[in-house]
Design a protein around this ligand. Sequence first.
Ligand code: SF4
Length: 385
Amino acid sequence: MKTEPAISASDMVQISFFGATNSGKSTLVNAIAGQQVALVSDRPGTTTDPVRKRIEIPGIGPVLLVDTAGYGDEGELGAERERLTRAVIDTTDVAVLLLSGHPADALWRQLLEDDDIPVVTVNGKAYAGGEKNTTQEHFPGKNVRGWQNFDHPEALLRRIAAAIPAEEERFLTGDLVRRGDTVVLVMPQDSEAPKGRIILPQVQVLRELLDRGCVPVCCTMETLPEAMTKKPDLVITDSQVFKQVDAAIPADCPLTSFSILLAAVKGDIDTFVEGAKALDTLRPGARVLIAEACTHVPDNEDIGRVKIPALLRKKAEVRFDIAGGNDFPEDLSGYDLIIHCGACVASKSLVRARIKKALRAGVPITNYGIAIAALQGILERVSLP
Ligand code: SF4
């Protein structure tokens, strides 16, 4: 029976390519992918939005290659390219930086290193005069004269593989379950649930429980009493019905939420629990940032935009800003608390980069599931993985 933790697409290693505009990033990405992923042109600034490609690299596994727009271009469009390029840093596991003699090369290297991202440097096109240049150091054993050397990126791939941070894989359900345990999963199918399918965190937990030899029992709030005819070893609920589930099950029955399980794997549960303490100190007029890792069309049952603000306003009349997808603010000063979503379709790197930014700015950060449990007075009773 398979018992390894599942890897979702969002947990693929992300390798991002940075460098001045027209330093040859797209050429290199295409050489590694073995196909035309990005548009290549000698005209500076051909790439504007980051271009993403999922590929399997022997010796590394599934990876997401991201070709960024780059930096060093003048004008409004250049500034926008830089903004989009900076946003890629948050999700990067390994950066490949093409050095081309551009004055901003050192600054970007510093930006990447400040975020603790491993940086693999490559000599790109010489910036002055458009001369094409790579060095033997980066591509040993090949004909190193000339740009065409990017047709042989094996040496670079070996360096990238060596730079990938080692990560201890862990189960979403951590040590909360053992083989043979009965686990009740409460999964409301309200208007926020996608039609005809089950959301990713629920699918991942369900699959993991099956892999670990547990007996999952799925239900909604309406069918929870039937699911509880035999006392389970654990109940995992959608955060939005935390309080109702807590009231409906025995007090000694372990309870947690999908969002908390995700927070432990993708974020830092201790930081989030610590951050939730700020919920008790918010005064009227305090500023709270609701941060979502993806962009989605909100509806009237949205957890971050509707339910958490409604719960919080019962304590204090605070002000909310919403940041969806890549719009997480660079400047966090002025916020009293950040409440982050479960990041179901986002990478660990993204959540961890945001936690780091929050802590650097001195702003407490928590996540939806923990905030809801705290606001409903049941955080103490919740099982943390
Ligand atoms: S990434 Fe965040 S906002 Fe997007 S669906 Fe998942 S939990 Fe919701």
